[in-house]
Structures are given as C-alpha cells and as structure tokens.
Write a protein that binds this ligand. Structure first.
Ligand SMILES: Nc1ncnc2c1ncn2[C@@H]1O[C@H](COP(=O)(O)OP(=O)(O)OP(=O)(O)O)[C@@H](O)[C@H]1O
Ligand SMILES: [Mg+2]
Length: 310
C-alpha cells in the first residue's frame, strides 16, 4: 500500500494493519503485514496451517500486542474498539465457560455488550433456541461452534471477526450460518473470516487475503486470485496415438496427464499452447480450456511461494 492509501485508510477504513510484525520466540508468525479493510466488506483470510491467520486476528482484537507496526480499528486501538462494542469475535480456540447453560452464557454476552440484541433473538439466529437450557459442556462440537457464533453476534457490532467459524458444523448449519452472515454484511457490517474451506471464500467473500508465513501473498477478489495463479486447464482427445514428448515440447505446459487418447494439461499461457498444438499438425477434439478453481489457485500460489523461498 502507498503512504497516501494508508493515510486514507486511517481516516475512513474499518481496519488498518501498517507494517505489523509479531514473533513467538524465533517464530515470526506475522511478518511486516500491511492491509486495510473498508467498511462493509466481507473478506476471507486464507493460508496454510501456521500461516499466521489466528495471530493476525488476535492482533486485530488486541489480545496480543504487535512487536512493531500499528493496528487500528475504526481509527482507534483494537482494545478501545472492543470495549466500545464495535467488534464481535469468534475465536478458533479457547474454552467456553463450563457449568452454565447456553442461555446463561448468551445472557452474559448480551449484558457485556454496549448495544446488545434481545437474548432470544441471538439464540434463534444462532440456531440455539431448542438447546438453550442445555449445559455448555454437554454440547457437540458443531453446537459449540454455534454458541461461539452467538457470542460474536450478541450485540450490534460494526466489525465481525471469525476464526474458522464453520469447522465442525454440518452442511445445514454451515448454510444457515452463512445466510446469517450475509444478512450481517448486507446491514453494512465489515466481516473478516479465516477459513480452510475455499468454496466458502469463493462464494461469500468480496475479497480474499492469502497469507503465507506471516506475509501477504495475494490480495484481491476470488477472480483476481485465480487469474494471479495464472494456470489454465487444457484438455482434449486425439485420434492418433499420443506422442508424449511432442506434447511436453509445447510452450507453457506445466503438468501433463495422459489417459488413453485423452490429454489433460496445465498451461500458464493456454493461447500459446493451443496454437502450437494445431501447428504441430495434431487435431484435438473436444478441446476445453478452463480456469482454476479458487482451491487449485490457492494451492498453485502457495506451492510456488514454497518453491521460491525454499
Ligand atoms: N502462543 C504461541 N506460542 C508460540 N508459537 C505460536 C503461538 N501461537 C502461534 N504460534 C506459531 O505461530 C505461527 C502462526 O500460527 P497461527 O496460529 O497464527 O497460524 P494459523 O494460520 O492460524 O494456522 P491454522 O490454519 O493451523 O489455524 C505458527 O508457526 C505457530 O506455531
Ligand atoms: Mg488458526
């Protein structure tokens, strides 16, 4: 980001990370991270295990101090934003209070929020109305996740931060969860969520941040991330015997897979590959050229970075 973009984000942004670094001993979990989130955006935070997602969210919530750099939330420190009830959060770890019922825990979260919603509304929205009387330590994993979600949405917060919110939820719970989050986003809230479910990021996020070893590897819409990964899938059938060496010699070809007379390859310049294919005198049938899915793009980007930094 440029200096003027950082100044603008400081004035109007929801979240600003400016050159933020955080180490645990010798492990640099967050390494010079700079990004801004705009109010009303829904942003997915992706990255392999250990990339620094949870640490980033902890810094954003003021749960840990940064070693250097600044974190601002709506122009204030994270702590001030939390105290003012501007952030609702759902963390990846951390136990829930044990010997209380679901309703009691939600009541407590509502009581602590400066602008709480009615307890019954929070319970219903999180799909907890039927099990409100149950002890928190008797819940299944997916039910616990719903309780965490209820705690994150106990009041009218401007920013909702979610660390792997749907892990352990069944399909219906996940769908209900994201329908609720879409309502929250439509009401103008900023939503930042870490996830390993790339289809969720693809379907829900306006923008995707890819972290790798504490650094920002990519920042853009899902379509931009796919384009950045560069590769296209090219597949076709041949009516003559397949000459593997000739196919490998085509320009821009990455991986190559042959099964009978069907060829599937990856190309970082599909136009060049296909033109050269015709020029060699081969006649492909059923030619298909397709972009990568977000999941494949993510794998391609992170593997390329691994190879570059190895
Ligand atoms: N409390 C801690 N003490 C020491 N090291 C830590 C601590 N928390 C995280 N780390 C290390 O910091 C790095 C980043 O961890 P972090 O939890 O932020 O990753 P993550 O992207 O959330 O991973 P995951 O997808 O597995 O949740 C990892 O190498 C991790 O081992
Ligand atoms: Mg994590």
């Amino acid at each position: 980001m440029t200096t003027s973009a950082i100044t603008a984000a400081r004035r109007t942004g929801a979240v600003l990370f400016d050159s933020v670094t955080k180490s645990y001993g010798t492990v640099r979990a967050v390494d010079g991270l700079t990004f801004a989130l705009h109010p009303g955006e829904t942003v997915a935070l992706l990255g392999p295990n250990g990339a620094g997602k949870s640490t980033t969210l902890d810094l954003l919530l003021g749960l840990r101090p940064a070693d250097s750099g600044t974190v601002e939330v709506f122009g204030t420190t994270p702590r001030e934003a939390v105290v003012a009830g501007r952030i609702g959060a759902m963390l990846q770890s951390g136990g829930l209070m044990e010997d209380v019922t679901v309703r009691e825990l939600v009541e407590l979260a509502c009581a602590l929020h400066p602008r709480p919603y009615p307890v019954d509304q929070v319970l219903t929205r999180a799909g907890l109305a039927q099990i409100a009387g149950r002890k928190v330590n008797k819940l299944s994993g997916g039910q616990e996740q719903r309780v965490r979600f209820a705690l994150a949405t106990a009041g009218d917060s401007d920013l909702i931060v979610l660390d792997e919110p749907t892990t352990g939820m069944d399909v219906t719970s996940r769908q209900d969860f994201w329908a609720t989050m879409r309502e929250q986003a439509a009401a103008g809230r900023t939503v930042l969520f870490a996830t390993h479910y790339l289809e969720e990021a693809d379907a829900i996020a306006d923008r995707v941040l890819v972290l790798h070893r504490g650094r920002l590897l990519a920042d853009g819409t899902a379509a931009e991330i796919k384009a950045k990964a560069g590769a296209r899938k090219v597949s076709f059938d041949l009516d003559t015997a397949v000459d593997e060496a000739a196919l490998r010699a085509l320009p821009a070809v990455g991986s190559l897979e042959i099964s009978g007379r069907t060829v599937r390859l990856r190309s970082h310049d599909a136009d060049a590959t296909v033109h050269a294919l015709y020029a060699t005198g081969l006649y492909p049938h059923n030619l298909e050229v397709a972009g990568l899915g977000l999941e494949q793009a993510f794998v391609a980007l992170t593997q390329a970075e691994e190879a570059r930094t190895a």
